[in-house]
Design a protein around this ligand. Sequence first.
Ligand SMILES: NC(=O)c1ccc[n+]([C@@H]2O[C@H](COP(=O)([O-])OP(=O)(O)OC[C@H]3O[C@@H](n4cnc5c(N)ncnc54)[C@H](OP(=O)(O)O)[C@@H]3O)[C@@H](O)[C@H]2O)c1
Length: 343
Amino acid sequence: MPKLVNRQWLLAARPRGMVKPSDFSLRELPVTPPGDGEILVRNLYLAFEPAMRGWMEDRAGYIPPVPLGDVMRGMSVGQVVESNHPEYKAGDFVSGMLGWQEYATAGRGAMVSHLPAGATLTQPLSVLGITGITAYFGLLDLGKPQPGETVVVSGAAGATGSVAGQIAKLKGCRVVGIAGGAQKCRWLVEQAHFDAAIDYRNEDVGKRLRTLCPDGVDVFFDNVGGPTLDAVLEQIRLRARIVLCGAISGYNAEQRPPGPRNYVNLVPQRGRMEGFIVIDYLPRAAEAIKDLAAWVREGRIAYQEDIQQGFENAPRTFLRLFQSENVGKQLLKLADPPIGSAR
Ligand SMILES: NC(=O)c1ccc[n+]([C@@H]2O[C@H](COP(=O)([O-])OP(=O)(O)OC[C@H]3O[C@@H](n4cnc5c(N)ncnc54)[C@H](OP(=O)(O)O)[C@@H]3O)[C@@H](O)[C@H]2O)c1
């Protein structure tokens, strides 16, 4: 193996308030050959999730915090450079939790897998990855949308929200999205075929919901929390289901924001508000990927990927999620696969 250098982004500091580039530091070290039962992977694309902000904190969650000084945790797609593992050979494309680094070594039992058949290099990080699986099970298992019902989605133009809303449309629901800015709202109606979109930056969400959902909201798929959650809680219908997928509006707050005032509306409406973590559904991921791949192939689900360039830009690319700069799934391209590769 030629002498290769690995660049890694490490977690340098626990963030206070809005995450900053200086919360990460760059390190270079030589690449070492894989050991027995291991593979060496060259990362080609990194994926960024808002939840990573929580992994940076020293707080117990659904997965342990990233230790200070460790490579920042994250999903990627890469290509096997060298393999001492019977199930992988050099040249194979894989995805897994390989971290913010150019080369990663994965051992037996590591969370690495081959890409789904027919997938592009980036789809396993977007619509056919954690994002799509979250939208699929969050909406269908917790939201339980029925034909004719009204479904509202926040963070609707984002990677997860846009897929959740389109699945609700496929199930025969009326779907209203809430997103920031006219351009994202236009995309929701024109390309993702939502029935309507509310621009939370420039419109009164409560007022628009009263107009667009005069009979109330049956299912709310919430990615945002805060005042948006409150506005929807005010409009819920009898036996409404609120899927708590995320609450990005508070992820960078120094103190946890106050709870929603209108939660009390769950009582007369016999509503249900339930948290969701995709990890619980990974054993059933194949079910979601099969349906999502078919819907994408048939042109029934539109999705967007926002691909930034260059490993050195990883921290800045991550920040785009919290500045509403990303248009679709936030990815970072590190390298092209070698010429002659299968994809
Ligand atoms: N529970 C789970 O297992 C699970 C798994 C995956 C993702 N999630 C959650 O799903 C949500 C979306 O994640 P994603 O990866 O699909 O990201 P995304 O929606 O593609 O990107 C994040 C978007 O959030 C919006 N946003 C940022 N700051 C905001 C604020 N202060 N108030 C309101 N909106 C804000 C921005 O859209 P606008 O331009 O519309 O503001 C931004 O583009 C997140 O809450 C994430 O934690 C949960």
